[in-house]
Ligand binder design. Sequence first.
Ligand SMILES: *Cc1c(COP(=O)(O)O)cnc(C)c1O
Length: 376
Amino acid sequence: MPSDTRPLSAPIYQSSVFEIDSLETVDDLYEGRAEGFIYSRDSNPNVSILEKVVAQLENADDSVAFASGMAAIGITLLSMVESGNRIVAGSELYGGTNLMLRQHLSKLGVETQFVDTTDLDAVEQTLDSQPRLILVESITNPLLRLTDIESISQMAHQRGVQVVVDNTLASPLLLRPLELGADVTLHSATKNLGGHSDVTGGVAAARADITMAMRQSNRVWGSVLDPFAAWLIVRGIKTLPLRVEKACENAFAVAQFLSDHPKISAVHYPGLPDHPQHKLAVDTLGGRFGWMVTFELAGGGRSASSFVKGLDMIKLAASLGEAQTTISHPAKTSHRSLTGDEQAVLGIRNGLIRLSCGIESASDILADLESALAKS
Ligand SMILES: *Cc1c(COP(=O)(O)O)cnc(C)c1O
């Protein structure tokens, strides 16, 4: 290829392996005297570009990309714990994470104690028994509770406990956990980093000593990201600030609209003054309150069913953080694996709807909600 010009958008290096000049270069590459790529399970140019971008966004030394958000969580934990260690985790974690801790890590001799992370006294008590780490979500799903990462990090570090934050629902634009003292921040890049419902991936960012261990685990377990997927996520991140800004604006308008609606019995949104952690949200989210709004239909499950049928532009889809506005029904999707009693404890009822705002015009979103509510 002529080299006086270069492509402005990085090419996709869809190559599983790289040709090396000589045996001397092989030595230089492995000894770190030369820079280059050898084998794409170890590293790949598109994946490296994504890792640098995410490290900058999260204000971290480095980041590691994974094949999915679940791989980011799983490999991060595997790189930090060993048999006999204990984990403390939020009681309102993503369903897949909950399952991983309860049914999979437990088989490796790593037990998890769940705690309501909005209750700092309860968190402190669990930390006294010196678990290896605490795993929390910056904003929980579906009820959008906030975790006070700064206070939890202080309490944890006094006891030598590490703090891992799933920052998917906040994004690095609203919150950067490492700046608040956390040790690891991670994302399902499938959600708003990618942002266009066309790619599955995950990333975790941290200090260099931690990412080095994660990278080694990822190479061994092989949960690496594909070059094209990395390219798509990098492309998504180019518009992340604009998308987050608009989606948060839309969510604010939706939350206000629903608060006044007679068919709605509850609205969960950190931007509303009656949200249990509204003050923490004002203090830590930089004046924005996220793109997710969760609400409860006064008519329960039957109303939910006709509401979903009555929507036109807004689609029912089991994901979030996309350019397009979507809704989901936590009781039937993300929290399906829980028993009715477990759902009730978490406040997940059949009338509960989770809305993820996209970047359409607010008036289109409100009009669709209004007409579906009229039919519910
Ligand atoms: C979606 C999601 C995950 C899992 O990510 P995948 O990319 O689907 O593997 C983990 N945590 C949170 C908060 C999520 O929303």
